[in-house]
Design a protein around this ligand. Sequence first.
Ligand code: E4P
Length: 214
Amino acid sequence: MKIFIDSANIKEIKEAVSLGVVDGVTTNPTLVAKESRPAKQLLEEICALLPGPVSAEVISLESSGMVAEARELSRIAKNIVVKVPLIKEGLKAAAILAKENIKTNVTLCFSANQALLAAKAGADYVSPFIGRLDDISQEGMALIRDIRQIFLNYKFKTQIIVASIRNPVHVLEAAKIGADIATIPFSVIEQLIKHPLTDIGVQRFIEDYKKIPK
Ligand code: E4P
């Protein structure tokens, strides 16, 4: 499973990339707004940090506006992937952009039928938001299982990005299901590394090393 970092923070992205486990980045307008910097400049900087895909979202609600924004965003760097929302106009935009070889990530996906349509429209990636489903008492991970099954049935090439991840259990379940990608907040990546027995073990080895006669 590929790991993307769900962040627009340069420090977090740099730190995550240095771990050698990060294959890409996803941003959204909420994450970009937190950085209080012009979006274009910020995206340029993020794209230079790693060769993998960096998702940047459009905000137009009409397909024509989305396509215009997508063309603009794709000029920022080779590794830009354009995020379009899973609404009618977003599907139209994804279909147009597929023909122009501009990569798309169809986002805000909350049902398997929506994911099926994204794949049919030619999206490179689809992002089901599991945490937001859990928040309203629906099992987010069930959606990933359904989409995986549908994509396998018809051999769709669209990759599933498990999004809106809130904890390490989400990551574990996504990997067990066989999702292509999990996009993970930095805090959760840090949680994945941690194990109390590892820390106790490291400490004990340091203490015991001191007892070895020099
Ligand atoms: C994915 O691409 C989104 O940026 C993100 O995962 C949304 O997560 P949230 O529900 O925590 O905002």
